[in-house]
Ligand binder design. Structure first.
Ligand SMILES: [Zn+2]
Length: 374
């Protein structure tokens, strides 16, 4: 386990391990800073899941785990590249978020917290609720009012309190109004420990593939993208890899917040905001500038996709046997738009499970596959 401090990304002020506010006094986002040169690197099988990488995880009093990580990698060779689908939807609550929740909730326990507050489009709310249940603490989740029924039911089933708060952005504002000395804002869009969990995605694809040339991932709060970037940055510092993969961020029409930071975006015709990619409908992510920076420094770019492309890609993914949510199809849609420019090992995390969408005629899956009304 690694020694660490928290450091502000804006002003570089550092904080000790006991700091429990979600941001710097200057308003900046925090990151966990690990000196990898002091790490005794061991990839171990003890403890399961992402604990394989515990030598590169922050030193906490204990780890809450449900067996997250170590997801399958299903590969297909195409003419100029090998495409790797990493089945992140097979994590314990059906999304990559479990990697982050494991670390974020473990840190909450480390701080002695008894109630965590989170704002989420659904997947992180489900994940935090499950890990809070596992840890024996309370969770209160602020969600958009039109959250898919299956996601809502899962959060409730894990015993969390659910607050329906209008739009996704309104949920972000509302949760901050309800903070008090008696609760702890674990919000994944801010939480630096969450990224310590998602960075294990980078370690896994490094171990599986050696050289990774591209990663194509949906982006909203940026926790997976930034985790991949941090993980590869640490692998470079450790001398294990020489360069990071190019990061291709994917957003959907109406929610392409990265467009204003990146001038080389590939864009389709947008006829309105996406109604399908519900997991990436966030416009005010606090780490937005750092996502843009990671994409630029990696040599990658942004792709924006529309609902027609999402529908076609979702249908193709199901015909390949992948039970994913519509948001996961954004990355495959982006791949299809740019694949002629790619070569080598291309990784697409299939981020979330479609099994959360079995909520009747309002389900996006119903609209795509049954009524054709999406
Ligand atoms: Zn600061």
């Amino acid at each position: 386990m690694a020694d660490y401090v928290l450091r502000c990304k804006s002003c570089n002020k550092t904080y000790g391990k006991d700091f429990r506010y979600f941001k710097c006094s200057c308003g900046g986002v925090l990151e966990v800073l690990i000196d990898v040169h002091t790490v005794k690197l061991v990839f171990e099988d003890r403890g399961g899941g992402i604990l394989r990488y515990r030598s590169l995880l922050p030193d906490l009093s204990g780890y809450v785990t449900l067996g997250e990580g170590r997801t399958p990698n299903i590969s297909t060779s195409l003419s100029n590249l090998t495409l790797h689908f990493k089945l992140e939807y097979l994590n314990p609550t059906g999304s990559f978020k479990d990697r982050g929740s494991a670390l974020a909730v473990s840190k909450a326990i480390d701080l002695g917290v008894s109630e965590v507050l989170e704002d989420s489009s659904g997947n992180t709310g489900i994940s935090i609720s499950a890990y809070a249940a596992r840890a024996g603490i309370r969770a209160r989740i602020y969600v958009p009012s039109d959250i898919p029924l299956g996601k809502y039911l899962l959060i409730k089933s894990f015993g969390a309190e659910v607050v329906k708060a209008g739009t996704r952005d309104e949920a972000s504002r509302r949760v901050l109004n309800d903070l008090s000395d008696n609760n702890y804002y674990i919000g994944h869009t801010w939480n630096p420990y969450f990224i310590e969990g998602t960075k294990t995605f980078a370690y896994e694809i490094y171990e599986e593939l050696g050289k990774v040339d591209y990663v194509i991932t949906p982006v909203a709060s940026g926790t997976l993208l930034l985790g991949i970037w941090k993980g590869f940055s640490e692998l470079i510092d450790l001398g294990l890899v020489s360069s990071p993969p190019k990061l291709i961020g994917v957003q959907a029409c109406g929610y392409d917040s990265l467009s204003k930071h990146l001038d080389n975006a590939i864009r389709p015709k947008c006829e309105g905001p996406t109604s399908l990619a519900d997991a990436i409908r966030l416009t005010n992510a606090p780490r937005l500038p750092y996502m843009a920076e990671a994409i630029k420094k990696s040599g990658g770019f942004l792709v924006v996709v529309n609902d027609d492309e999402i529908i076609n890609s979702l249908k193709e993914l199901y015909r390949m046997g992948f039970a994913v949510e519509p948001t996961s199809a954004t990355a495959y849609a982006a791949f299809k738009l740019v694949k002629n420019e790619l070569s080598g090992n291309v990784v697409i995390p299939l981020t979330g499970s479609g099994l959360k969408y079995l909520g009747g005629i309002e389900s996006p899956l119903y609209k795509v596959f049954i009524s054709g009304s999406a």
